[in-house]
Design a protein. Structure first.
Length: 74
């Protein structure tokens, strides 16, 4: 989400800043856990975010979160 001029990532109700790194890559700083990682966004041809990939646990494969359409609007 956007908060003022900055982007924010919320995980389990905990907001964390997102900093742009390169193209669709952002750095996620989970300050509460003293952990930094990168987030990669995938967009469709219209610029809508389809999914994001993030390594939330250093010992586990990166997780892919896919945007699901709002059933109320389809």
């Amino acid at each position: 989400s956007q908060v003022g001029d900055a982007l924010q990532f919320t995980y389990n109700g905990i907001p964390s800043p997102l900093t742009h790194v390169h193209y669709d890559i952002f750095e996620l700083n989970l300050e509460r856990f003293e952990y930094k990682t990168r987030v990669s966004f995938v967009m469709d041809v219209n610029g809508n975010i389809e999914s994001l990939t993030v390594l939330l646990e250093p010992t586990v494969k990166a997780q892919v979160f896919t945007h699901m359409p709002d059933l109320a609007t389809t």
